[in-house]
Design a protein around this ligand. Structure first.
Ligand SMILES: C[S@@+](CC[C@H](N)C(=O)[O-])C[C@H]1O[C@@H](n2cnc3c(N)ncnc32)[C@H](O)[C@@H]1O
Length: 474
């Protein structure tokens, strides 16, 4: 699937300072303005409609494909649960099963079937009827349903404690924010939304937008933060003690509902968010930068684009990248700070800590993680002399920086049409993203992703641009 990254419109900042963040949203297909306050969402330019999951707009280039994939996730989960129940029942046919074992297995069956019913009750009411059939486009997969459920228990179910996981996360982020309020804030990969909710309650003047792709987490978070109460069972196949098999958690928002005018849910890809440039004072990436983007450097460009000059990127998380991320891109703290500086940020306060992570209040199991918190301010214009002495030119690394023209460019010729096109696109203003978009439009191959096109453009630049050649020789 190819997603068109929103264009940086010349001289454009957020539409007006007084408008709500609802007006900072763009059509994911054509980047035209999209008014999120309208009851029916349809792009006036390209005509694409954006249905909602419950009350939450699905701002993806193929929203129906996404909703169909949510439905398929539910069906797949149901099949999985049925298979597990059948297996357990077969095992219970054996003559050597102890009464206690039988009791444990029956409790487990009850737990997992109950959990399935809970997930259905969260998600199903929000799915539009048109997605009830199969056969929609399969482009945007919703994340696997059960995988993220512990975030719900932790954020809204487990009892609050002074040094609980939610409290520690809030305190680290508040430390990074310092005295200044967060203002207009985007929370990328907000998950079950507790951190965003806590910040919202601490800062009555802030306006928050929370963004994620997980339909169950978001449907539950939306209900809970609007005053609803849900119950979700935590069920364990592996338990040390028999009373750890299943527990029903009541999910409630401890400080009451959010103010709807200042807290907005958006289902969208936070790596390519359909949002105006310079619309935010703060972008928060909690446990996200190592999970969401294929390449953190692309996300850094996006963060730079979304923030107003002087705006802050606040991060909290472990830098524990997915195994399919190439080792050369699993950046450690020092590399991340170096990248941020090269991209036009100033890295200020930071701290690291080792914290408990999703330690279940049912069975005491979970992890301990090293996490990094930092705050980086967007500079405008990028600091003079920020071009470091060593390393590749920043415009080759990041997709938001203009690529300079070079001597002899007008006479340049290559047999490869792609190289010719890249070189003829360099005008001193266009960025890697701009050129990749031009190349993608000409290539017209929808199954090639923008990130693949960017890689190809980088390779061409590396071959032909004298600054890159000079750098490779260093
Ligand atoms: C490790 S979880 C962290 C959740 C939450 N920030 C927290 O700290 O509890 C990562 C979250 O990022 C979301 N996510 C991953 N890729 C995403 C993307 N491209 N766009 C939006 N959300 C994404 C996942 O659905 C998940 O909720």
């Amino acid at each position: 699937m190819s997603i068109t990254p929103p264009r940086e419109r010349a001289g454009h900042s957020s539409r007006t300072e007084v408008e709500s963040l609802l007006h900072a949203v763009l059509c994911p297909r054509c980047s035209a303005d999209l008014d999120l306050s309208a009851p029916i969402l349809r792009c006036r330019k390209c005509g694409q409609a954006y249905p909602r999951l419950g009350h939450m707009p699905v701002l993806l280039s193929d929203p129906l494909g996404y909703l169909a994939s949510c439905r398929r996730q539910l069906d797949r989960l149901e099949r999985q649960v049925k298979r597990t129940v059948r297996d357990i029942r077969e095992q219970l046919q054996a003559a050597d099963v102890l009464p206690l074992t039988r009791k444990r297995c029956e409790t487990t069956i009850e737990g997992i079937t109950g959990q399935l019913a809970d997930v259905r009750a969260i998600l199903e009411p929000g799915l539009p009827a048109t997605t009830r059939s199969e056969g929609q486009a399969r482009s945007q997969q919703a994340p696997a349903t059960l995988h993220h459920l512990p975030y719900l228990y932790r954020d809204w179910g487990w009892r609050s404690e002074g040094d609980g996981e939610n409290e520690q996360a809030l305190s680290m982020v508040e430390e990074m924010l310092g005295y200044a309020g967060p203002g207009r804030t985007l929370v990328m990969g907000a998950g079950a939304c507790r951190l965003a909710y806590d910040i919202h309650h601490r800062h009555p003047d802030a306006e928050m937008m929370v963004m994620d792709l997980d339909p169950v987490l978001f449907a539950a978070a939306h209900a809970v933060t609007h005053g609803g109460s849900l119950t979700v069972r935590e069920a364990n196949l592996e338990m040390g003690d028999m009373n750890q098999a299943v527990k029903e958690w009541s999910l409630v928002a401890p400080k009451g509902p959010v103010d709807d005018a200042r807290f907005h849910f958006v289902i969208a890809d936070a790596v390519n968010p359909p949002l105006d440039s310079r619309a935010f004072d703060t972008v928060l990436t909690p446990w996200f930068i190592d999970q969401g983007p294929e390449d953190v450097r692309d996300l850094i460009s996006t963060l730079h684009r979304l923030l107003k000059p002087g705006g802050r990127w606040v991060n909290l998380g472990p830098l524990k990248y997915d195994l399919d991320v190439p080792v050369s891109r699993r950046f450690a703290r020092e590399e991340l700070f170096d990248l941020a500086e090269r991209a036009g940020f100033h890295v200020g306060t930071w701290e690291s800590a080792t914290v408990p992570y999703l330690v279940s209040r049912l069975n005491g199991r979970g992890k301990v993680e090293w996490v990094l918190a930092f705050s980086a301010t967007r500079l405008e214009p990028p600091a003079k002399g920020s071009r470091p002495d060593a390393g590749p030119p920043p415009w080759l690394v990041f997709r938001h920086l203009p690529i300079p023209t070079f001597e002899g460019q007008a006479l340049f010729w290559s047999e490869a049409s792609m190289i010719r096109m890249v070189v003829s696109s360099i005008d001193g203003r266009r960025t890697l993203d701009d050129i990749a978009r031009r190349v993608a439009e000409r290539a017209d191959q929808p199954d090639i992703s923008m990130s693949q096109v960017r890689i190809a453009v980088r390779q061409c630049l590396q071959l032909v641009h004298p600054t890159c050649a000079h750098n490779t020789k260093q």
